[in-house]
Ligand binder design. Structure first.
Ligand code: G3P
Length: 227
């Protein structure tokens, strides 16, 4: 269901992706995905999930979901609820929204039972290994200190990627390894894929770019080389 190599655009709660602007950004991602024939996933802010799902045909993921049922669960993000209108996966345990390890496992199980894709974020190769054993579709390794820095993990900490690839293999997991943090250019993306990552998770490099569509295009061009 989640295809690789993949470019995932995490819009976080950036005001540049507020309301209609987030929908426009998702439409830009969709245009580029079609233009290059590459896999692009968008993870919009929770309040615009429905608008985005209704506006694009590329996969739309939640940035987080809670372990709650649909129904009387005021204020929580129910996986079943967001799935009902077309959200097809979720990030889990983003470094800005970390969960106890046990809850990561429970969330994976719930999403798998619903037929939704699972991407678990890990802060380092050690945590990558822990989460890879839980067999999510992908583990996304992101050194927290590089997030939002404009200094790419693939340039500044290449060993984080290679060690994480090995960590996934060492436990015989089928999970795929992707990476993120500080990725701002096509070159950063290419290096990440050359180091063995099967995709990238990007936020500020796209959302805060002068021309987000052009930035998505620059990155998608590199993803295409690895198809
Ligand atoms: O989820 C992606 C993210 O945490 C990386 O953020 O702004 O460094 O691309 P950024």
């Amino acid at each position: 269901m989640l295809k690789f190599p993949v470019l995932i655009v995490n819009m976080k709660n950036y005001l540049e992706a507020s309301g209609e602007k987030g929908v426009a950004m998702a439409k830009a991602a969709e245009r580029v995905a079609k233009e290059f024939g590459v896999n692009i996933v968008v993870a919009p802010p929770t309040p615009i999930l429905y608008s985005v799902v209704s506006s694009v045909s590329i996969p739309v993921y939640a940035q987080h979901v809670d372990i709650v049922k649909a129904g009387s669960t005021t204020g929580f993000i129910s996986p079943e609820y967001v799935k009902s209108f077309g959200v097809c996966g979720s990030l889990i345990n983003h470094s800005e929204h970390q969960l106890p390890v046990k809850r990561v496992k429970q969330t994976i199980t719930i999403l798998k039972d619903l037929g939704m894709a699972t991407i678990v974020c890990a802060v380092d190769p050690r945590k990558t290994k822990v989460f890879a054993k839980m067999e999510p579709d992908a583990v996304a390794v992101e050194p927290p200190e590089l997030i939002g820095s404009g200094i790419a993990v693939s340039k500044a900490r290449p060993e984080v990627i290679t060690d994480s690839v090995s960590a996934v293999k060492s436990v015989g997991s089928k999970s795929r390894l992707i990476c993120g943090a500080g990725i701002v250019s096509g070159e950063d993306v290419r290096r990440a894929l050359e180091l063995g990552a099967e995709g990238v998770l990007v936020a500020s490099g796209i959302v805060k770019a002068f021309d987000p569509e052009e930035k998505i295009r620059e990155m998608a061009r590199e993803i295409k080389r690895f198809l």
